[in-house]
Design a protein around this ligand. Structure first.
Ligand code: PLP
Length: 404
């Protein structure tokens, strides 16, 4: 695929070099980002972009947040990797952070969100295996969910388009409708060992769980000793105004998965278990990883938690959310091309009508605003959590132009 652009003459060669050598699984936008500063990105031509995508909800601290780079450089100069056969300093600190902030019991670090899902599914299956003395359990997942692209994670992803070419996938998965408790009840059988759902559906189109729905699923799980797995990979780490979105619902999962902003740019994920599942699931030999939780990524995780606490990052999200929501609602009400706003905290979606959402995303990029889409028609806004009011105003000005 030959790319030619007027706006990125130097970038054109890089784009073509990429397309010649890197498997074409993404229809990339014709821009080569070279560096970031604060909440702005710069391409190879020096053009400046306001970032409201944060590398798909990863870069919660923006770029070069004070102290972050230094902590990583310091760890590189000491020890990058050692394997999980030995102890190291950063995993001790990062593990404690995650347990303390979640109020859960034990952590297993992975390299990605997908692997966190894999581990969570294995832990739930193993829990039921130990309890019942046999395998053959089922999992209930949600329609329009997204949990990753590996065979296991794809098996619980409720999007036929992603799944079909790779079937048969993992068996024993039943799908129910998100925010429809009766549908979940109907999908549950005597064999169900886990229910998995995103606390706020991300890729599916930014749908927060209804409080009654989540409370109902929690009760159902308690009644039948089913493991509730909440996927916080996109909505976690402060994005909704709580460390983990479920903390805003007054319920607790048995297992939670997180990734993305957990390391704010280094590839790290985790599944976190409550006491019950930690005690009775994965034992030595049941699960492992070469890289997962290595000193480099755990130094990043620990620093992220330290910055969140010291600089009150989550308070900042809470303070600014009413402004962001009010302004987006105003835009939704005034633009003939937006039919609704929905979301929680700094995870917001605008439902675009009468024009393809991809067109709006492309236009925004041309005008120096990075946003992404979700589902078929949703413009997704998942900015760094450190944006200020002026950045919201700047985003709205550009978006209004794109929707004019
Ligand atoms: C809710 C959710 N779960 C799982 C994943 C998969 O995470 P990763 O891409 O890090 O493997 C994603 C990625 O977008 C996600 O949004």
């Amino acid at each position: 695929m030959e790319i030619t652009t007027k706006s990125q003459p130097a970038g054109t060669a890089l784009m073509n070099q990429t397309e010649e050598n890197v498997l074409h699984t993404y229809n990339r936008f014709p821009v080569v980002f070279q560096r970031g500063e604060g909440v702005y990105l710069y391409d190879t031509e020096g053009k400046k972009y306001l970032d409201f995508a944060a590398g798909i909800a990863v870069n919660s601290l923006g770029y070069h947040y004070p102290g972050y780079d230094e902590a990583l450089k310091d760890q590189i100069s000491r020890l990058m990797h050692i394997s999980n056969l030995y102890y190291n300093e950063p995993i001790a600190a990062a593990g404690e952070d995650l347990v303390r902030m979640s109020g859960m019991s034990k952590v297993f670090f992975t390299n990605s969100g997908t692997e966190a899902i894999e581990g969570a599914l294995k832990a739930a299956k193993k829990y039921a295996f130990i309890r019942d003395g046999h395998a053959g359990h089922e999992i209930v997942a949600m329609n329009h969910s997204f949990h990753g692209r590996s065979i296991g994670a794809l098996s619980v992803t409720g999007n036929a388009h992603y799944r079909e070419p790779f079937e048969p996938l993992m068996g024993g998965v039943r799908f129910a409708d998100f925010n429809d408790l009766e549908s979940v009840r109907q999908a549950v059988t005597d064999k169900t060992c886990a229910i998995i759902l995103e606390t706020v559906q991300g890729e599916g189109g930014i749908y927060p769980a209804d409080p009654e729905f989540l409370a109902g699923v929690r009760n159902l799980c308690d009644e039948k000793d089913i493991i509730l797995i909440l996927d916080e990979i996109q909505c976690g780490m402060g994005r909704t105004g709580d460390y983990f979105a479920w903390q805003g619902y007054g319920i607790k999962p048995d297992i939670m998965t997180c990734a993305k902003a957990l390391g704010c740019g280094v590839p790290v994920g985790a599944f976190v278990l409550n006491e019950k599942t930690a005690r009775q699931s994965l034992m030595p030999g049941d699960h492992g990883t070469t890289y997962g939780g290595n000193p480099f990524v755990c130094a990043a995780v620990h620093k992220v938690f330290e910055i969140y606490e010291q600089d009150h990052v989550i308070d900042h999200v809470r303070e600014l959310t009413p402004y962001l929501e009010a302004k987006l609602t105003e835009l939704a009400e005034s633009s003939p091309f937006v039919s609704a706003r929905r979301g929680k905290g700094f995870m917001q979606g605008l439902v675009i009508k009468d024009r393809p959402v991809g067109e709006v995303v492309k236009k925004a990029l041309e005008k120096g605003l990075v946003v992404i889409s979700a589902g078929a028609d949703v413009l997704r806004l998942v900015p760094p959590l450190v944006i200020e009011r002026e950045h919201i105003d700047e985003m709205l000005k550009i978006l209004a132009e794109c929707l004019a």
